[in-house]
Design a protein around this ligand. Structure first.
Ligand code: C2E
Ligand code: MG
Ligand code: MG
Length: 567
């Protein structure tokens, strides 16, 4: 390097140094600062650093900076992370635990900056802000957020995290869902002391029995254990409780436990699935008399997994329009004309295959998606009815509803909006409700109010699966019904079973006596069709007169019908 070039470099370095100097002055007041050389030896410190760490300059200068890190696994890992980065002359930033001269830990937010002059490393600045108070506060908040206050066990949030971590690292474990069945009969309500004693003895028993396991309280009387031990061991917990009973002070009754087990990864592959499968097994154990810890069979495990897949995929399917309405004709028995179409939900998914309504509706109800699903089908049906009307081949469409859609509260607005949007007159929309629904509506003013409003708009109501629900017809007086549909359960054995035949005759007469239109569902053959005709049934819906079909196919049927009527 010639003299001029050397001079330029030195001047630049000086300028850098002086800018740095004034920056350091500012930092000095707020932060703990020390400098280390390229070997990691401490070169210099500020007073704040000395105050916090308890070192004197005499003792600390020349020492390797690793003395600032705790001599623990985490401490060493942090040190290595920082050092690896600094050795490659790149800055590092993050929270680390440091120790004072006497080994007291304190948290800092560390910014480590290698200071260069050209390509030459002069030293590394270690700038630290004290984070101990924030950390303490955070740990306290975390412990509140993640701990059950009565038992000190993890709560459901923490359990989710712990289980998900085990799953991510592919660690095999058994998920055990336990419930104290007779929890509320073990102490007087409000006797917190007795309640806490039972809880703490139960927790103690779990901890003694399930070694090396993690425990959570996930409900008032419900617990979860994540254990590396197998299901046979988990089942043995009941035997253990028999031998070491926990008894109520009040009655002497022992704690009675039921439980469900699901294994990762053999039975289920996600936390949600494990929870669901073990909870179903636990409820079944209760139903079968309790005092049992059990797991689901392989086919049941698969059913749980499928149910959750349906739940996960349903929102996307609704958004993408993968869920359609099929239409099944209702045929008038005297004229043979199609007089209405029932809209039935259909979903064919690439992975799940055909998701039948019998599977889909309960999942949608449980997942809180029934309103979205119902609205989707009603909108498709209303649009279709409006199209048919415009073409001059109009028939009303009938849509199934679930009581939960009405309980959501905004059903009236939703339906009015749909009718406006699709330009479908209310007279072309019929809503099917079940007997159970009608029964509940009769008792619940809010439900009845909604039915009345829609009825006043001109929408009609049909009672679906009539005869299969409740042996009470009180609702008939108040719920605005125009049509009853006799369920396929009756119709299937109508022509072969004399008693069923008489029941159906009776149902038809019952409907007519109330001035209702009577439709028979599930009519599969001519013999049943003829028998129903003799009974005086008004219309039929079934494979005999037409299966559920896509809209375009139904449109063709309506066009043919219109054409034959013209001729
Ligand atoms: P549902 O309303 O009683 O509908 C009649 C069911 O009987 C339909 O089953 C239909 O395909 C079937 N079916 C029709 N004709 C025959 C026949 O001749 N023989 C036999 N064996 N079955 C016949 P699907 O489509 O599987 O629907 C089942 C149930 O799911 C429906 O019973 C309804 O309660 C519910 N559902 C369907 N779509 C919806 C919807 O969009 N919303 C709601 N909330 N429920 C729906
Ligand atoms: Mg129906
Ligand atoms: Mg039905």
């Amino acid at each position: 390097m010639d003299n001029n070039r050397r001079l330029e470099t030195e001047v630049a370095a000086d300028r850098d140094q002086s800018a740095f100097g004034s920056l350091l002055d500012g930092l000095d007041k707020k932060f703990m600062i020390y400098k280390i050389d390229s070997e990691g030896l401490i070169l210099d410190t500020n007073t704040r650093f000395l105050d916090k760490s308890g070192w004197t300059p005499k003792r600390v200068l020349g020492k390797p900076f690793k003395i600032m890190f705790p001599d623990t696994k985490d401490g060493k890992a942090d040190l290595m992370k920082v050092w690896r980065r600094l050795r490659s002359l790149r800055p590092w930033q993050g929270d680390v635990l440091q120790v004072t001269k006497t080994g007291e830990p304190y948290w800092v937010s560390l910014t480590a900056i290698p200071v260069m002059s050209g390509t030459q490393h002069l030293y590394t600045l270690m700038i630290e802000a004290d984070r101990t108070e924030e950390r303490k506060l955070r740990e306290k908040l975390e412990s509140i957020a993640y701990t059950d206050p009565d038992t000190g066990l993890m709560n459901r949030h923490k359990l989710t995290e712990e289980a998900e971590q085990l799953i991510q690292t592919d660690r095999h474990f058994t998920f055990v869902y336990l419930a104290i069945e007779n929890f509320h009969s073990l102490f007087d309500p409000g006797d917190k002391e007795a309640e806490n004693r039972i809880l703490s003895e139960f927790v103690h028993s779990m901890k003694v029995y399930f070694r090396n396991s993690r425990f959570a309280r996930i409900g008032m009387n419900e617990f979860a254990v994540l254990t590396p031990l197998g299901s046979w061991f988990a089942e043995g917990f009941l035997q253990f409780l028999d031998e070491h009973p926990i008894q109520s002070d009040m009655t002497g009754i022992p704690v009675r436990v039921s439980g469900g087990i699901a294994k990762f990864p053999d039975d289920q592959q996600s936390f949600k699935h494990l929870l669901s499968a073990s909870s179903i097994a636990r409820h079944r154990a209760m139903r079968d008399g309790g005092g049992l810890i059990t797991s689901l069979s392989k086919p049941e495990q698969r059913a749980v997994a499928r149910r959750l897949r349906i739940e996960q995929k349903l929102p996307g399917a609704l958004e993408e329009g993968a869920i359609q309405a099929f239409y099944q004709p209702q045929v008038d028995m005297t004229t043979g004309r199609i007089i209405a179409a029932e809209a039935l939900v259909r979903w064919e998914d690439r992975d799940l295959g055909n998701v039948r309504p019998a599977e889909l509706i309960p999942v949608a109800e449980d997942a809180g998606l029934i309103s979205a699903l119902g609205a989707h089908v009603i909108e498709a049906a209303a649009r279709q009815a409006a199209n048919w009307k415009q073409e001059g081949i109009g028939v009303p469409v009938s849509c199934n509803t679930s009581v939960r859609e009405f309980r959501a509260g905004d059903m009236v607005t939703k339906i009015r909006d749909i009718l406006t949007r699709t330009a479908c007159p209310p007279s072309l929309l019929e809503l099917e409700i079940t007997e159970k629904f009608a029964f509940e509506a009769e008792a619940e003013g809010e439900l009845m109010h909604q039915l009345k409003l829609l009825h006043d708009d001109g929408i009609t109501f049909a009672l679906d699966d009539f005869g299969t629900g409740y042996a009470s017809f009180r609702y008939m007086q108040t719920v605005p019904i125009q049509k009853i549909k006799i369920g396929e359960e009756f119709i299937a054995s109508f022509s072969t079973n004399e008693k069923v035949g008489r029941i159906v005759d009776g149902l038809v007469r019952f409907g007519h006596s109330l001035g209702l239109f009577v439709v028979a569902e599930g009519v599969e053959d001519e013999a049943v069709y003829q028998a129903l005709s003799i009974s005086g049934c008004d219309a039929v819906q079934g494979y005999h007169t037409g299966r559920p079909m896509p809209a375009d196919q139904f449109t063709r049927l309506l066009r043919e019908q219109a054409l034959s009527e013209k001729n």
